[in-house]
Structure formats: structure tokens, C-alpha cells
Design a protein around this ligand. Structure first.
Ligand SMILES: [Zn+2]
Length: 494
């Protein structure tokens, strides 16, 4: 009877997920779509009328510990509590409006419309600081459009935090990820990363980090500074196919579809459940862009290789873990042998590219720290001037001065979920610890082992095994914060 009821609930939730994914896909492709809000409303009603009474009846005398059903119940309970206590429906409709603003924004330089990709290209590769500033100002304008929505969203989330009574990131991590006593000291990590970044900039370009402007950083810290390292667009999917084939997989046999579309993300994977995934990516020709495509491929793998009911259990896995899996895929591109063999980068250029990747990596970590620290302040304090709060935190963490404006609101990161940048931060730790182990065990830098090992240890066991145990089974240790800053590619091994 219990099993039967659970099956019924899980089937219903899967139908919700499928509809939600379809609506999301249509939204990004600018196709007619029903608002996700209506799906959320239906789901909320279903939680209240069916799931909550069911859990109330069975939770207390539930006997099967640690098996599939038990974990499913835990997952449903967690979601149920969240939906009933917090106004998730209005949160999700505000988030959608922010995303819509980002999708529909008219990027322009000197009054002439340009694509989002073009703006990013200017920031990364134009040697003209004035032009870069003009490109950057587009995001300030977009931020102004989003600011009011974000303030509303932060207000709703503050209520959520108050109910949960979290005082700091440590408590949040303990609750959300089940990582007991896992300590992230933001200012100490920022200090170490900033020092490393400043040294590299001085060595490579004789540039002082603190002298940079916010619109200079991408220019110095993206992977691929110029067209010398560009990849033809039609090569992207071929490179994925070839790498997968050498790793023992046939992409043609997997239901993964690719769509080139201007989206406000680096890339996006939408799993239309069971065995199909859609990858949306920006049409850009850089190595960096290729790494984002690998990242999304990791998500697609994670989605389609979960079978049947595991789909639901897999969604119960932490989003930090699924980002960790995707980041392992992404970092294949940062492997010197991959650069040499798959992208035909000349030996003399590899050292330079690795340094650029390291710069980008360190700057990305700083950006995540800024985001986490910003959210923490926004949720826990009363703020009079949110723009000022952001620019203060930006300066504290990077050492770079930031004008007081709404640039912070141009990103969709804060809209996705509460502390979503923390997921990416943990994903860096997960991927670094994993790749370090794989390269050490399997012959250093042998990137073709990465996908099969991730598949075997992280993906195929599904949601039945806790993700922290999966990490231990592959790396012989639970998640260790020190792998966070650890950069595992040694240049002398090229
Ligand atoms: Zn991701």
C-alpha cells in the first residue's frame, strides 16, 4: 500500500517536472509557453492536498532506513516543507521576470544594437578600455531593469531565512548539504585567491590587480584573449563527439540535442526527463565557450543516465553535486593534453593558455565569493543602499574599486535559487578533488579516464547512494575544503 502510494506520488511529480522542463525550453527559445507559475501553483496544491497528509500519516512510523523509499520520503518532505512555508510561487514568478528581462534586453554600442555574444567578445578581447567600458555599461542598464525585481525577491528570501533561523553560511551548508562542520571562511579564501591572482597578473602582464577597473578584468582573465585560439562553430559538436568516442561513448546514440541561441547563461541543459536532454549554448568561437559546452554535456549525462524512478531520486541530490559533475566535464578542456590533441594548440601556446585558465579560475572563485557574501548580507541585514553594499563587498574581496551602480542585478545567478553561487563554489571543490584523484591514479593528465570514472562512481549509482559517499568511493575521502584553491595542472608536465 505504501509502495503503491509512493509510486503514484512519484509519477505525478515526474509529470510536473516534464511540463516544467518543456515550459522552460520554450521560454528560452522564445516559443509560446505557459508560465511556470501555473505549474508551480498546481504542484503546490498537490503538495498540500496529497503529499502532506500522506507524509503526516507515515513519516513517524516509517521503518525502512537508508533505502530507496526512505530517501524518497526525505526528498518529498523537504520539498513539501519548503513549498508550504515559503512563497515559492511568487519567488519563481519574479525569477522568471528577471530571466525574461535578460533574454529580451537590447544590447547596444553607440546606439547600434549588438548581440550579447558580441558584448562579451568586446569585454574579453578588445584592447580599447573605452570600448570595454561601453560594453560593460550595458550590464549596468540591464541591472537597473532588474533591480526592483531583485529587491522584492531578496525580501521574500529574507523571510525564508528568518523562518529557518540561519545565522551564517556554515549553518546553511550544514542544513542544505548535510556537510557537518564544513567551514568556508570567505575572507580567508578570498585573501589567498586574491594574492595568487595578483602575483600571476604581475608576472604575466606587469599589471597590478588593484589598478584594474571592473571592465578590465575579463580582458586579462578570460581563457582566450584573441582570435588566434578561436574554434569554428561547426567544430564544437564534433569535438564533443570525438572526445566521447575516445572515452568509450557514442553521442549519436544518446538523445542529446544542441541548440545555438543567445541566452543569459554560459550554457544551459534542460533535461526532458528519463532519457532526453536539450543543451542550449551561445554561439561563440572561444575555447572558453567550448568548456561551457562540456559543462552542459556533464549535466546531460547526469540526467539521461539516471533510469526510471531514479530520475526523482537524482533530483534529490544536491545541486552542488550536479554542478560538481558538470564541472569535472568542463575541466577536461583545461587539460594540456586535450589542448594539444583535440584542439591542436601548439606546444608554445599551451603554457600561455594554462596561465590564462588559471587567471580565469581564480577570478571566477572571487566572483562566487562576492556573490555568496553579498547574498548573506542582503538576507541577514537591513540595507539602505544595496548598490553600495555590492560595491563594498566587490572591493573587499577583489581589491578592485567598483562604481556604485546596479551591475550586480544583471546576472541571473541570484534569481535561480538561494545561494546558487555557493553550489558552484562547492562544485569547484568537488571537481578539483575528483580530477586530482583521477589524474594521480590513472596516469597524470589522462583526460580520457575522466568521463568513464565519473559515470561509474557518480552517475550510474543514481540517487540511492548519498553524493558525499560517492565522492568518498572515488577519491577515498569525503569532501575536503583545501581542494578548493588547489590547481592541479602542472605546467612542467606539458
Ligand atoms: Zn551547471
Amino acid at each position: 500500500m505504501l509502495k503503491h502510494k509512493l509510486e503514484e506520488i512519484s509519477n505525478c511529480l515526474e509529470r510536473f517536472s516534464e511540463r516544467e522542463d518543456k515550459a522552460k525550453f520554450n521560454m528560452y527559445m522564445n516559443l509560446p509557453h505557459e508560465r511556470l507559475e501555473s505549474i508551480e501553483n498546481e504542484r503546490l496544491a498537490y503538495y498540500k492536498n496529497v503529499i502532506e497528509p500522506f507524509i503526516k500519516t507515515y513519516k513517524m512510523n516509517f521503518f525502512c532506513k537508508n533505502d530507496e523509499l526512505y530517501r524518497k520520503i526525505q526528498y518529498l518532505t523537504k520539498n513539501c516543507i519548503q513549498y508550504i512555508h515559503f512563497n515559492k510561487v511568487s519567488l519563481s514568478s519574479i525569477a522568471q521576470d528577471i530571466i525574461q528581462n535578460c533574454i529580451k534586453f537590447n544590447f547596444a554600442i553607440d546606439g547600434k544594437n549588438v548581440s550579447r555574444s558580441k558584448i562579451l567578445k568586446i569585454l574579453e578581447s578588445s584592447s580599447d578600455p573605452k570600448l570595454r567600458k561601453k560594453a560593460w555599461d550595458n550590464f549596468v542598464l540591464l541591472g537597473e531593469k532588474n533591480k526592483r525585481l531583485y529587491v522584492k525577491l531578496f525580501h521574500l528570501r529574507s523571510e525564508e531565512i528568518k523562518i529557518l533561523k540561519f545565522l551564517d553560511i556554515k549553518q546553511w551548508i550544514n542544513y542544505q548539504y548535510g556537510l557537518k562542520n564544513f567551514d568556508i571562511n570567505i575572507s580567508s579564501i578570498a585573501h589567498d585567491v586574491r594574492r595568487e591572482l595578483a602575483n600571476l597578473l604581475e608576472n604575466l602582464y606587469n599589471v597590478k590587480l588593484s589598478n584594474l577597473k571592473p571592465w578590465d578584468v575579463d580582458y586579462f582573465c578570460s581563457f582566450t584573449p584573441n582570435d588566434k585560439f578561436s574554434i569554428q562553430e561547426n567544430q564544437f559538436e564534433n569535438i564533443l563527439k570525438k572526445t566521447l568516442k575516445s572515452s568509450g561513448y557514442d553521442l549519436n546514440k544518446m538523445k542529446i540535442r544542441f541548440y545555438k541561441v543567445e541566452i543569459p547563461y554560459d550554457g544551459l541543459c534542460i533535461g526532458t526527463f528519463f532519457d532526453e536532454a536539450k543543451i542550449l549554448y551561445n554561439p561563440r568561437k572561444t575555447i572558453e565557450s567550448l568548456s561551457y559546452l562540456f559543462h552542459e554535456l556533464g549535466h546531460a549525462f547526469h540526467t539521461i543516465r539516471q533510469k526510471g524512478n531514479d530520475y526523482l531520486l537524482a533530483s534529490a541530490e544536491s545541486s552542488a553535486f550536479s554542478e560538481g559533475v558538470a564541472t569535472c566535464f568542463e575541466k577536461i578542456v583545461m587539460n594540456p593534453l586535450f589542448l594539444k590533441q583535440e584542439l591542436k594548440v601548439k606546444k608554445d601556446d599551451i603554457f600561455f593558455l594554462l596561465k590564462r585558465m588559471q587567471l580565469k579560475y581564480l577570478y571566477d572563485i572571487l566572483k562566487m565569493l562576492i556573490g555568496v557574501e553579498f547574498e548573506r548580507n542582503v538576507y541577514l541585514q537591513n540595507y539602505d543602499n544595496i548598490d553600495q553594499l555590492y560595491s563594498n563587498i566587490y572591493q573587499e574581496i577583489t581589491g578592485i574599486e567598483h562604481p556604485q551602480n546596479s551591475f550586480w542585478a544583471s546576472t541571473i545567478h541570484f534569481a535561480r535559487d538561494i545561494y546558487s553561487l555557493l553550489d558552484y563554489l562547492l562544485a569547484e571543490m568537488i571537481s578539483n578533488q575528483t580530477l586530482y584523484t583521477i589524474y594521480k591514479k590513472q596516469g597524470y593528465k589522462n583526460y580520457l579516464y575522466v568521463i568513464p570514472l565519473i559515470d561509474k562512481y557518480y552517475i550510474l549509482p543514481g540517487g540511492k547512494i548519498d553524493w558525499k559517499e560517492k565522492i568518498k568511493s572515488l577519491t577515498n575521502s569525503y569532501l575536503i575544503p583545501r581542494f578548493f584553491i588547489h590547481w592541479n595542472i602542472q605546467n612542467d608536465e606539458v
